[in-house]
Design a protein around this ligand. Structure first.
Ligand code: SF4
Ligand code: SF4
Length: 361
């Protein structure tokens, strides 16, 4: 935002959000009486003043071209008084003050191939990180997995009453979790399973050995015996995080044979009911199998089927599992419990279930 300061006109940060609010929102800010879900993707908001505003949610892919953004803005100019909101879950929201305009917006965006949905008890837009396309630490192709999952679960996005509560799915290409996977009901996270390779010539040409020794969170990197201008990695200590590859192109971690994905469940952000929850590992490894990712899709469908069948109304996936017990979750989904599920992180004892009671089925 450009503002007059004692030093002249200066850019002083992001513009105040208020100037971007739709006029009906601005007028009734903080004075809303209620809202209702009138159809998939459409929420009717009613203000204490009697004003009505419909919001229409449209699913978008992670990447959209400038041309697509222009097309969406044209629709906003035509029906939405020039207002459009892009959400952090890869959706766009349009605004309308009457039902006729709602239908026109839905018709126009769907004619361009963008589905309207993702509100109330539905599958929200699947979010994903950039994956292989832009990131050097990715162990998988996050956007491609998100697309395969969308295709399998599309009906849940287009409906608003087939799920017990909202369902959030996210895909991250590696354990850095840029796709908000720690707090999603179902998370797909790329995993490396081998320590980085060391290319001595590249380490010597491009990298600082002290910086590499310092950057490893597990102290697994040390100067190479007999050749201290390069490094060696203690594979016992390495946790395959890929941080050293970001520092040095001489330590590539990609491994087409061993890289793959893990599946985690039960994360959520809201403070309702059980409060915020972190997702937990349920499947330690599935192979990378593009373009349709059958193993990942089957596993996620199995978990969603479990959720639909066993959750109580208004219960998130993690809450259902906590209620019936993790033993029963593994049994009902048929997912094997292995030694990989036991968390050996030094501070993880805080999270351990300390009671002696097991919920046997
Ligand atoms: S989660 Fe990993 S692969 Fe995805 S963008 Fe972040 S660092 Fe890159
Ligand atoms: S991948 Fe991570 S843990 Fe392994 S050597 Fe590199 S920085 Fe250390």
């Amino acid at each position: 935002m450009v503002e007059e300061t004692p030093w002249g006109l200066r850019n002083v940060g992001v513009p105040h959000y208020e100037q971007f609010l739709h006029p009906v929102i601005k007028k009734n800010y903080g004075k809303w009486a209620y809202h209702e879900h009138v159809k998939p993707g459409v929420i009717k908001h009613v203000a204490e003043s009697g004003d009505v505003l419909y919001t229409i949610r449209v699913g978008l892919p992670k990447y959209v071209s400038t041309q697509t953004v222009r097309e969406l803005c044209d629709i906003a100019d035509k029906y939405s008084q020039g207002y459009i909101k892009f959400t952090s879950r890869h959706s766009a929201t349009f605004f309308a003050t009457d039902e006729e305009t709602v239908d026109k917006i839905i018709q126009e965006v769907e004619s361009k191939g963008f589905p309207v949905g993702g509100t109330d008890h539905s599958l929200k837009s699947i979010i994903n990180c950039v994956g292989w396309t832009h990131c050097h630490t990715a162990a998988t192709d996050s956007p491609s997995i998100a697309k395969a999952l969308y295709e399998a679960l599309y009906d849940y996005f287009k409906s608003y009453d087939k799920l017990p509560e909202r369902l959030k799915i996210a895909v991250s290409g590696c354990l850095n979790m840029c796709g908000a996977t720690h707090a999603s009901d179902i998370a797909i996270i790329g995993v490396h399973r081998k320590a980085p390779r060391v290319i001595d010539e590249d380490v010597k040409a491009f990298c600082s050995v002290p910086a590499l020794v310092k950057i490893c969170p597990k102290y697994a990197i040390r100067p190479k015996k007999g050749d201290p201008r390069s490094v060696e990695i203690d594979e016992e200590k390495c946790m395959y995080c890929g941080i050293c590859y970001g520092e040095c192109p001489g330590l590539p971690i990609h491994d087409p044979k061993n890289d793959g994905v893990s599946i985690w469940v039960g994360g959520k952000v809201p403070s309702t009911k059980k409060g915020p929850m972190n997702s937990r590992l349920v499947i330690p490894y599935l192979p990378n199998n593009p373009p349709h990712w059958p193993e990942v899709v089957d596993a996620v469908k199995k978990i969603v089927d479990f959720y639909v069948k066993y959750a109580e109304p208004d219960e998130r996936l993690g809450e259902t599992i906590e209620r019936i017990g993790w033993e029963k979750f593994f049994k009902l989904t048929g997912i094997p419990f292995t030694d990989k599920h036991i968390d050996d992180y030094v501070f993880s004892y805080m999270e351990f279930r300390k009671g002696v009671t097991f919920k046997h089925t």
